[in-house]
Write a protein that binds this ligand. Structure first.
Ligand code: B3K
Ligand code: ZN
Length: 897
């Protein structure tokens, strides 16, 4: 497979105006008749038509009703003798495919007896020969025929125009989609499903039918998804003036799905994980994820479907923008400023623990990549989450109203088109001509073209005599593969100054007539820039990058006292949390540097690591009368092993694990009575509701319980594990039940085993809950290498299956990606397991295998012996050579490059 280059883009040589598809659905052999109306693109030199196809059996090709000559060049169908001139012509292609054998879950496949499709990015070519590229937009009509008893429900995009019975127990349905669309948005579903239906009237007075299709027993778990869908529709109309443009909007859930969900026009297909929820089976986090994913897919209806991508290099045009929209939706739904801040912290945590490492590793790529081998490898946190940050910076530079104007301009210009990231930024700038975005647009667009995480260094100096505070901000960005030199970015830095007494200082820059406000955004666009604040009597502590105003790493030589001041007083909740994280990170790093823990007495940390002032500050947050429970929970959660590891030049993962575990234990024991208080004070008696406030209370109570079990395990106390077991048995909702189970499992208490058995018996047959059961065991804190054998054991369990992506992820990914202490073993056995699983999965499902292949991205940072064994494992996978999918090969090749 050769790399595709962004700059090689050329317009298609043909346009496809209409597509008329007839499916005779049969799991073993489905027949597909594809009648298209095409015309030559007059702007492109005349050339043969080259259609993509994959794993298809070609039976017939007709041009204007007559047979024609054709060639197959690998997977490409080449037609040379097409009618000349500008007149449209008809092309009819008849193929068959084998959905039951499709384990890749791309194209047309069968899941639990029901047909589903997944076409993004290049799955449509596994259904029929086509110009399978997003800039070819056509009008589709689809006729589905199938056995009526086995497949009573027949769905495709758009409106149902006709349906009825056929001979031999078969029936049919004809669907017509009024909107032009690229092939990646095509979908069909056929099987035994039932629907929750909801009629709504939009603000403009139009009626719509909303439907959520699931398996018969799951109907009771669709209420939250339906509420989320209605809320999404109302939100997009209210905030962006974007209405639902369909009479009928359907969501269908399947338990076999490669990712979260898919925004097919009018027929979204979802992983059951992001649809099904009930108080008894889903956690608060599940409820929140459902709201966010339902929103995300719905928002694609405008940002992605009405305006789509010209080519796949522009993927972030729709993904970054739609993630930004779903983040804003969740924040608006959360309501209070502090609940918004909690959501922001959670989003930034994902960005920094997953995207920053990606941007510093072998798979680093710009938000708009320049080349790829396999596009499926580029559905990354960089395209999605960093892309959303790039949109968020534009939002912050033009303001909320200005951003809404820019969106309006974007749709006025590009509705119905396939466009580029440049087009979006241009519309945003043009709608806000006086903004800093418009003035520095070309430079701002480096966020799309340059990979890597910029670092901003801040240095402050207080001059007591002059009463000035001088702050110098400078930026740099390390080289990434293929990009040795970086030019300066446009970096909005939201900042304030905190006085020693904790108050916010009014801000006045030298040359300004008077002070205005206590917070402002400085736009750093040079390599270095110096600000002089006047009227500053005492040395302040700068609060920088408030709300995480840009996706950068901030280096600032804060003292512990500075950080304690910010943790106690910063008016910006994000930076308040950040100050606490910096303190904890610093303590972790210092102790990691102190040398191998094995060499210390008894292999344990006898010395206390948390200075009294830090402990007191954390206690102050925990006991604070005003702060939200959700925020407290975030402050009291240590930086993850992955995040700590990223800050180190060379990583000994076992040392990181040992130090973090020891810190957790110390936090548990030294704040024991505070945790007891926290647990008791956050018990809810009322009816279960997954809103952010009560979810936050449950989260904090859950953390408290796990701390108390941890402390109990160290002291031999039996009260708290007993309480946890009781809570596990009696809990009225999955959040409390699962938190209690996790507390027992994570503390390695003897009650964990009976609790796990009971849990399994209770939820047998509920796949999503059984996934949690597997994941919990594969991600539990490692003790002396005990997780890997447990993982191998779990894979022997009758409920385990490699073919179901959710189940494979719950065990293998939870271990390889979610459990650094268990995975990075000095004997290399974790890496051996990884190599084994990548190879086995690759034969079944390359997309899932390629995700797993990313677990060793950061192997070069590892200390010996980890580095050498990881390298050997990578080479073992690479040795498969042509036996690998192009997906896995691209990831491994980059890792070894
Ligand atoms: N657009 C899909 C992702 C498709 C992934 C293809 N490998 C889901 C989403 O981002 O909404
Ligand atoms: Zn998306």
């Amino acid at each position: 497979a050769t790399a595709i280059q962004r700059l090689d883009y050329t317009a298609p040589a043909y346009w496809i105006d209409t597509v008329d598809l007839t499916f005779d659905l049969d799991p073993a052999k489905t027949r597909v008749l594809n009648k298209m109306r095409l015309r030559r693109n007059p702007d492109v030199p005349a050339q043969p038509l080259r259609l993509h196809g994959e794993e298809l059996n070609l039976a017939r090709v007709l041009v204007n009703g007559a047979g024609t000559s054709f060639k197959l060049e690998g997977s490409v169908l080449v037609l040379e003798n097409l009618p000349e001139g500008a007149e449209p012509f008809d092309l009819e292609i008849f193929t068959t495919c084998q959905p039951a054998k499709n384990t890749q879950l791309s194209g047309l496949y069968v899941s639990e007896g029901t047909f589903f499709t997944q076409c993004e990015a290049e799955g449509f070519r596994r259904i029929t020969y086509f110009l399978d590229r997003p800039d070819v937009m056509a009008t589709y009509s689809v006729l589905l025929r199938a056995d009526k008893a086995a497949y009573p429900v027949l769905l495709s995009n758009g409106n149902l125009v006709e349906h009825g019975d056929l001979q031999d127990g078969r029936h049919f349905a004809r669907w017509a989609d009024p909107h032009k669309k690229p092939s990646y948005l095509f979908a069909l579903v056929a099987g035994k499903l039932v629907a929750r239906q909801q009629k709504i009237t939009s603000r403009s007075g139009n009626e719509h039918l909303l439907e959520i299709y699931v398996r018969a027993g799951d109907l009771g778990k669709t209420e939250h998804a339906m509420n989320s869908l209605m809320a999404s529709i109302a939100w997009d109309e209210a905030r962006f003036n974007l209405p639902l443009d369909l009479e009928r909007f359907m969501i269908v859930a399947t338990s076999d799905f490669n990712m979260g969900a898919m925004e097919n026009k009018g027929l979204n297909v979802f992983n059951t994980k992001y649809v099904l929820a009930s108080q008894a089976t889903a956690t608060d986090v599940d409820f929140a994820n459902i709201e966010s994913v339902v929103g995300h897919e719905y928002f694609h209806n405008w940002t992605g479907n009405r305006v789509t991508c010209r080519d796949w290099f522009q993927l972030s045009l729709k993904e970054g923008l739609t993630v930004f929209r779903d983040q804003e939706f969740s924040m608006d739904m959360a309501g209070s400023p502090s609940a918004r801040a909690v959501k922001r912290i959670e989003d930034v945590r994902v960005l920094r623990t997953v995207q920053f490492p990606e941007d510093a590793g072998p798979m680093a790529h710009p938000v708009r990549p320049d080349s790829y081998v396999e596009i499926n490898n580029f559905y990354t946190v960089t395209i999605y989450e960093k892309g959303a940050e790039v949109v968020r910076m534009q939002h912050n530079l033009v303001g909320r109203e200005g951003f809404a104007r820019g969106m309006q301009r974007y749709f006025e210009r590009h509705d119905g088109q396939a466009v580029t990231c440049d087009d979006f930024a241009q519309a945003m700038a043009d709608a806000n001509p006086d903004s800093e975005l418009s003035q520095r647009l070309d430079q701002f667009k480096r966020w799309y073209s340059q990979a890597g995480t910029p670092r901003v260094r801040a240095e402050g100096h207080h001059d007591a005599a002059a009463q000035t505070y001088t702050l110098t901000l400078s930026q740099s960005c390390a080289p990434t593969p293929g990009q040795p030199d970086k030019l300066p970015f446009v970096i909005p830095v939201a900042l304030g100054l905190v006085a020693p007494d904790g108050s916010a200082l009014p801000l006045q820059l030298q040359g300004e007539a008077h002070a205005t406000g206590t917070e402002r955004t400085v736009v750093l666009h040079e390599a270095s820039h110096t600000l002089v604040f006047t009227g500053v009597a005492q040395p302040p502590v700068p609060s920088l990058l408030r709300g995480f105003s840009a996706p950068v790493i901030l280096d600032c030589d804060y003292t512990d006292e500075d950080l304690l001041l910010l943790l106690a007083h910063d008016s910006d909740p994000f930076n308040r949390w950040e100050a606490g994280q910096r303190l904890l990170l610093r303590i972790a790093i210092e102790n990691i540097a102190k040398g191998p823990y094995e060499s210390r007495a008894g292999g344990s940390f006898e010395q206390e690591m948390l200075p009294p002032a830090v402990l007191q500050a954390l206690q102050g947050v925990l006991r604070h009368p005003q702060l939200d429970a959700a925020f407290k929970d975030l402050v009291l959660t240590l930086p993850s092993e992955t995040y700590i590891a990223e800050q180190l030049p060379e990583v000994d993962p076992q040392r990181v694990h040992a130090v973090r575990e020891a810190l957790r234990l110390e936090l548990a024991t030294r704040l024991r009575s505070d945790w007891e208080w926290a647990f008791e004070a956050h018990q809810d008696s009322g009816a279960y509701r997954p809103d952010p406030v009560s979810a936050g209370r449950r989260a904090l109570a859950g953390t408290a319980l796990s701390m108390l079990c941890l402390a109990a395990q160290a002291s031999g106390d039996v009260i708290w594990p007993g309480k946890a077991y009781q809570r596990f048995k009696d809990a009225g909702n999955m959040t409390d039940r699962f938190n209690a189970l996790s507390a027992l499992v994570a503390s390695h208490h003897a009650l964990a085993q009976p609790a796990l058995e009971r849990f399994h018996a209770l939820f047998q047959g509920d796949a999503l809950v059984i996934d949690k059961w597997f994941a919990l065991q594969a991600s539990r804190p490692d003790h002396g290498g005990d997780v890997l054998p447990a993982v191998r054991q779990l894979m022997q369990h009758p409920d385990f299956s490699l073919k179901n992506p959710n189940r494979a992820r719950s065990v293998i990914f939870s271990y390889c990606n979610g459990n650094p202490g268990g995975f990075h073993r000095a004997d290399g056995a974790g890496y051996d397991f990884w190599a084994e699983q990548v190879l086995v999965l690759d034969a079944l499902n390359p997309q899932v295998a390629a995700r797993l292949a990313r677990s060793l991205d950061r192997w070069r940072k590892l200390a010996e012996p980890y580095r050498a064994t990881a390298h050997a494992a990578l080479q073992r996978v690479a040795a498969k050579g042509d036996g690998l999918s192009s997906d896995v090969r691209e990831v491994i090749t980059r890792a070894l490059a």
